[in-house]
Design a protein around this ligand. Structure first.
Ligand code: HEM
Length: 150
């Protein structure tokens, strides 16, 4: 499949450690994830309604915290599998099917998420390498949104 080169993958995996290492993760994943969703809803206010079930109206509720950590945990697994593209594709196919059953989730929302991540990550990752990240993140988000409507 069209994933990033192993050189790009190595950079991204190494830089992701700054966000996801065990001592950083408990806070950065939650606060970073919150920032991502806040920005996403600013850019696409209509998307908020998709998350009613996980109590999006109470942005710091246990339910929405749980949702954020499922998403960030998912992203963590994907990034760490960038160099094993067969397993990566299997993970992406599973996530794609989990999103396909949620009415209203579109490809466009995933494109927006890519933009939000590319805008936010430089704030928490030192020496952020935009090319490597774009090369790796875009195929991941495309893979997860495969089969969704535009
Ligand atoms: C980095 C990108 C993303 C990752 C890794 C990700 C991952 C996940 C995971 C792991 C779940 C929980 C699945 C389950 O337990 O059933 C989930 C649920 C969900 N995701 Fe995503 N997601 C991402 C982006 C998005 C985007 C861009 C949207 C649309 C705006 C979206 C919409 C949803 C919805 C509506 C749910 C169900 C929430 C609920 O439990 O009611 N996701 N996502």
């Amino acid at each position: 499949n069209n994933h990033c080169s192993s050189a790009d993958a190595a950079i991204v995996i190494e830089q992701w450690q700054q966000v996801s290492s065990p001592d950083a993760a408990a806070q950065t994943k939650l606060t970073g994830g919150r920032a991502v969703f806040k920005k996403l809803f600013e850019m696409a206010p209509g998307a908020k309604a998709l998350f009613t079930r996980v109590n999006v109206d109470n942005f710091e509720s246990p339910e929405f915290n749980g949702h954020i950590m499922r998403v960030m945990g998912g992203l963590d697994v994907l990034v760490n599998y960038l160099e094993d593209t067969a397993t990566l594709d299997s993970l992406l196919a599973h996530l794609a099917s989990q999103h396909a059953v949620r009415a209203g989730v579109t490809k466009g929302a995933f494109e927006l998420m890519a933009k939000v991540l590319m805008g936010g990550l430089p704030k928490v990752v030192e020496n952020f390498n935009p090319d490597a990240w774009a090369n790796c993140i875009v195929p991941i988000l495309n893979g997860m949104s495969a089969g969704l409507s535009e």
